[in-house]
Every structure is written in C-alpha cells, then in structure tokens.
Design a protein around this ligand. Structure first.
Ligand code: 2P0
Length: 349
C-alpha cells in the first residue's frame, strides 16, 4: 500500500525594502536583472508571510492557497520553483534510497500575509521566499540561503533578497543561465541595530501597473534607463555597501532617497508614463526633506516602491523627531514602525 502520510513544514519570511532598486530584466524567464540591488529586511512583527508546505499521495495535484483563496499554480514562476526544489530533493533521494520519495508527491502550499497583498509592500518578495524556504525545509534540503536565493529569484526577483535578514545585495550576475544572479548578506541586522523603518500606508489598494510589466515597459522605452542601469547603479552599489559597513547614516540616506527618486524618474520616462507615487507620497517627501533641513543633517530617508506607500528609514535616537514630524505633517496617514529583523526566513518546525 502506498505511503499516505502527509509531510509538512512551516516557515515565515520577511518583507525587504530596497534602498538601491531592482527595475528591469535582461531575461524575463529567469528574472535576471539589468542591475544589482540592495535591500533592508524588515521585522516580521509587522510584515511577513507565513507558509506551510505539505506533500502527500493523498493530494491530487499541486495547489496553492493565498489568504484563503486558491491560486493558479500553472504559471511559469511557481512551476520553476517547484521544479528546481523537486530536482534537488530527487538528487537526495537518488543518493539515499532509504529516504521517502517526496519529490514525486503533489504539493499543497498554504500561505497567509499579515499585510495587504500587491499594494507595493513587497508581498511577492516575502511570498516566494517563504514558499521556497518551506518546501526546502519539507524536503530537508541542505542548500544555503544564497543557493536557495537562485530559486526564489525565479518566483519573483526581489524574493531572493528575503532569504537573509539585515542588509542584503542581489548581485545581477553575468551568466546566461542565472547561476551567479543571487543574494548575498552585506551585513547582519546586528551590525547596525539602531536602524528603524516607518511604513506609511498611503493606500492598501492593488497597484495599477504590476512591477513585472512596468519594468519591461521602462526597459523598452525609457531613454534615461540605460544610464541608470549601466552607470549610476553600479557606482551606488559600491557606495551603499561602504555606507552600511561604516554605519554612515547620512550617506545611506542620501543614496536611498536619490535612488528612489531616480527609479520613479525612469518610471515617468516610460511611454506611456508610470505613476506610482501620489499627492500623499509627495507630501511625505516634503516632510522628510523638511525634517532633514531643520536637523541640519540627514536623519530620515524616504523610499517608495511600485506603489504610493512610503518607507522612512531613521536611527532610533531620532525616533521622536522623525515619527512626530511625520504624524504632524501627514494627518490621517496610519504609520507604524518596524525594526530591522535579525533573521531572514525562519523555519517553524
Ligand atoms: C525592488 N521592486 O528592488 C524594486 C523596487 C519594485 C520597486 O522588486 O517581476 O515583484 O516578480 O521579478 O520583484 C518589484 O519587482 O518583480 C521590485 P518580478 P518584483 O524591490
């Protein structure tokens, strides 16, 4: 009689918010980017995906349930992750015939976000990082977070950065097969524990233009884009890594704000133009610029992804000043705080 056991593993994965932005693919199938990027992983207290992966001969087909809603798993992204993880498991099973043959069993993935999905809060990053880690744990794979980041990248580019906590780079790589396009830890969260991030939820609505289609429209039509990808970002990656190593908040803040603004500039330079920020987003920029002007130095840094919501980085010594000014200057916008997490994905079993 066939083994009808249900094997399970659960995990949580954090959101990461880029300070040097990923925008543009050189290979849309493998999610290979046109430039490297760098992010800060946020605390799981506020924003995280919880995922349970199960496999059993009792299941009839692969399935995925996100926030209680069945999702299509036939898409290339999910299929790529399932295929790669299964082949790693199959290699283990081939090397040790006493292992249960999990690689051939249907998978059932159940995932919950504790924040709005597809609202520009990096939900796909946490989602695919959790999916990959949960299945890797289910299969008891020995691969490192960097090795798993190659697989998570194929689910969603930014997901590769959520395999680590703290400060994480995604090195764009050169290989056509993506073997060197992976995430590396720049510094753990403990390196700079004073870092804080305030998330201002301007809108929880789904974004109008998906990142995947928006970035390809930018690659195809923006005249500014090649300069950003080929000249500006490579220099900024070097400077940002150094600023993090030196715990130099002024430089970190300057680069973060410039990079957010340049990302939104190439969106505006896309034809037709893409607008992710709105009037409240621009009001948040003005408040942060004013905080820094009054302080006489950069004590706060805004950044915006593919949506209107702001993330403002600051050091804990400036918390009262920054949060007080944001609340005073942006009446009615709920904000909350998330410290930088010490860990990336966490196995729960
Ligand atoms: C980032 N974003 O670096 C940038 C900044 C949005 C703005 O990564 O097509 O959802 O799944 O690889 O990862 C959003 O893009 O796109 C993103 P896909 P993804 O965080």
């Amino acid at each position: 009689m066939a083994d009808a056991k249900i094997y399970t593993a659960s995990t949580t994965a954090p959101v990461n918010i880029a300070v040097i932005k990923y925008w543009g693919k050189r290979d849309t199938k493998l999610n290979l980017p046109t430039n490297s990027s760098l992010s800060v992983t946020l605390s799981q207290d506020d924003l995280r995906t919880h995922t349970t992966a199960a496999c059993s001969s009792q299941f009839s087909a692969d399935s995925l349930i996100l926030n209680g809603e069945p999702q299509d798993v036939s898409g290339a992204r999910q299929q790529a992750c399932f295929r790669e993880l299964r082949s790693l498991r199959a290699a283990l099973e081939a090397a040790d015939p006493s292992l249960p043959k999990l690689s051939t069993l249907p998978l059932k993935i159940v995932s919950e976000n504790n924040f709005p999905t597809a609202a520009g809060l990096a939900s796909s990053a946490a989602g695919f990082a959790a999916l990959v880690r949960a299945i890797a744990d289910l299969y008891q794979l020995p691969q490192s977070p960097t090795e798993l980041s190659r697989i998570a990248r194929q689910g969603s580019g930014s997901a590769c950065r959520s395999l680590f906590g703290g400060y994480v780079s995604w090195e764009q790589g050169e290989a056509a097969n993506g073997s060197d396009s992976l995430a590396l830890e720049v510094a753990p969260a403990s390196h700079w524990p004073q870092m804080r991030a305030a998330i201002l939820v301007v809108s929880a609505a789904k974004k109008g233009v998906s990142s995947t289609s928006g970035m390809q429209a930018t690659v195809a039509t923006s005249a500014l884009f090649p300069h950003r990808a080929n000249v500006v970002v490579p220099e900024r990656m070097v400077q940002m890594k150094q600023a993090i190593r030196d715990r130099d908040f002024e430089t970190f803040a300057d680069l973060t704000m410039r990079d957010s603004n340049q990302f939104h500039a190439v969106c505006l330079d896309t034809s037709p133009p893409i607008f992710y920020m709105n009037d409240v987003s621009r009001a948040a920029i003005r408040v942060v610029e004013e905080i820094n002007r009054l302080a006489g130095k950069r004590v706060a840094a805004y950044t915006f992804d593919a949506g209107p919501n702001a993330v403002v980085y600051y050091l804990d010594e400036n918390e009262d000043l920054v949060l007080g000014s944001l609340k005073g200057g942006l009446k009615g916008v709920p904000g909350w705080r998330a410290s930088v997490t010490a860990e990336g994905v966490q196995g729960l079993d």
